[in-house]
Design a protein around this ligand. Sequence first.
Ligand code: UTP
Length: 291
Amino acid sequence: MRVRKAVIPAAGLGTRFLPATKAQPKEMLPLVDKPAIQFIVEEAAASGLESALIVTGRGKRAIEDHFDRAPELERFLKEKGQEKLAEELQRISELLSLHYVRQKEPKGLGHAVLCAQDFVGEEFFAVMLGDDVIEADPPALRQLLDVHEHRGGSVLAVLEVPREELGRYGIIEGEEVERGLWRVRDLVEKPRPEEAPSNLAVIGRYVLSPTIFEILRETKPGRGGEIQLTDALRVLCQEEPLYAYAFRGQRYDVGEKLGYVVATVELALRHPEIGEDFRAYLRGLCAKLGS
Ligand code: UTP
């Protein structure tokens, strides 16, 4: 059966962005003029999914408002002759059929995924994290879905990362079954570089078997007292085929400050409205810094 549903966990506390995230969700921080979570919902729609469940928590109301209609605002813009912008706002609310569930306490990514069990049922489904914004054609999730449709089983997106960054990710151990595709035998969460089984880091796109829910229900809190998705994936790969796919595309880690600024600069350079002026500004700045 075709994968139809995505789960978008967005209930984390966003401590790496405090104080910006004290009163607003990390997922709503904009890359130029678009909140990070809109990139995710657009990718899900462009990958052919039908619906998504956003797992939210306390203080995340702005996410629901963002994907809702804003009739007064749209009317106001139309009256001012800004028809295109009004249509753009309406389009946001029509991207995908969106549903929401609240994770009552931030008990970890694994726990957030478990909150989606009723929504997902017995189907394979996608998990997409707002920390990873990916520019790719075809979209990164579409690439994973193609692997799933071809091979069956669950599929993780992986990226080769430099040695000094291995300790920030879940790292896979496995054998390459096809160029850029590994059968996963085990995973290690945030290893020391010398203990890492490979340089392939799991990033925020997954196609998962519904078996993961049974496993998550049995998964004890791990690192940081949180229920870790990686711990459940370690069990899943013993029971069912789990693949890791090195997707093609440019990924931005917008869940941490430097990655967020890098993404902002790169997207600003390509922005249809400000790109040219921003490039001229950066040229001037570089010349000044170089002198
Ligand atoms: P992170 O590890 O990036 O946590 O979660 P965080 O709280 O968002 O950010 P920091 O580390 O404190 O700055 C990865 C993803 O899992 C979600 C987050 O919203 C993010 O999309 N998450 C995490 C939940 O939905 N619930 C949780 O309990 C934890």
